[in-house]
Design a protein around this ligand. Sequence first.
Ligand SMILES: NC(=O)c1ccc[n+]([C@@H]2O[C@H](COP(=O)([O-])OP(=O)(O)OC[C@H]3O[C@@H](n4cnc5c(N)ncnc54)[C@H](O)[C@@H]3O)[C@@H](O)[C@H]2O)c1
Length: 271
Amino acid sequence: MSHNLLQGKKGIIFGALNDQSIAWKVAQQCFAQGAEIVLTNAPIALRMGEINKLSQECNNAPVIPADVTSNDELKNLLEKSMEHFGGKIDFILHSVGMSINMRKNNPYTALNHEFTHKSLDISAMSLHRLLQLAYNMDAIKDWGSVVALTYIAAQRVFPDYSEMADAKALLENISRSFGYHYGIRNKVRVNTVSQSPTRTTAGSGVKGFDGFINFAEKMSPLGNANAEDCANYCVTLFSDLTKYVTMQNLFHDGGFSFTGVTKEIIEQMEK
Ligand SMILES: NC(=O)c1ccc[n+]([C@@H]2O[C@H](COP(=O)([O-])OP(=O)(O)OC[C@H]3O[C@@H](n4cnc5c(N)ncnc54)[C@H](O)[C@@H]3O)[C@@H](O)[C@H]2O)c1
């Protein structure tokens, strides 16, 4: 249902790879709530062509390629987006993650640090790069909002989440640190949303994902939050209803983060 929460707002959505992607649902929901959007992803991801379907659904939203490890491509994205919008940007979703070591099945105790460097660059430092460029170009409107997606492995150990846990810890800290500076200068807010395990291309790449998602389901009083509900939550953070929320890591996980144990888990252990 649309409440036009984002009427007149203009935003950039990173990371819609296919219709399973959390960013895909966020783009749909932002559009449904009245926003104008620009879509972006790494050039290699765009070659699959799926994003064109999403673009059409969202009033032919422009699709502008940008690898988040490239300053030049991100600068071009911000410039072209402002040209398209005819002004500054109201909101940005950073929904980007990639672990080369996970792809290569390297466990945490046997990381290839060249790969780790790349994983941290893509998954965490990219948020700093993006915010720094936006800050220096004065690309985000006062009271604008930036949200990056993260996972609770930044706070607690999930062994198979491997180097991505370190990447998410850095991502969350960048959002706090840059949130301070952007808040002081432009009242721009920067938050991370810590989402339940979700069946997507990136999510399913984590070893033992099926066990993992089922465990989280049983450990969450409300059950796992799905991608559509994550999108709804992001919309509230882009809207003017959350103007004083910044520098926060916000759990969107059905209560998982504050649950010690549940009846279901105890019953299972007693079997
Ligand atoms: N799926 C989950 O269980 C889960 C849980 C919590 C948080 N998250 C986070 O949500 C975000 C989105 O992931 P998703 O689950 O929707 O999976 P996804 O695979 O659909 O999205 C990941 C996106 O990152 C993009 N990407 C990778 N390298 C890039 C680069 N160099 N430049 C630009 N884009 C690049 C991919 O093309 C893809 O679109 C990620 O940050 C992920 O860590 C996912």
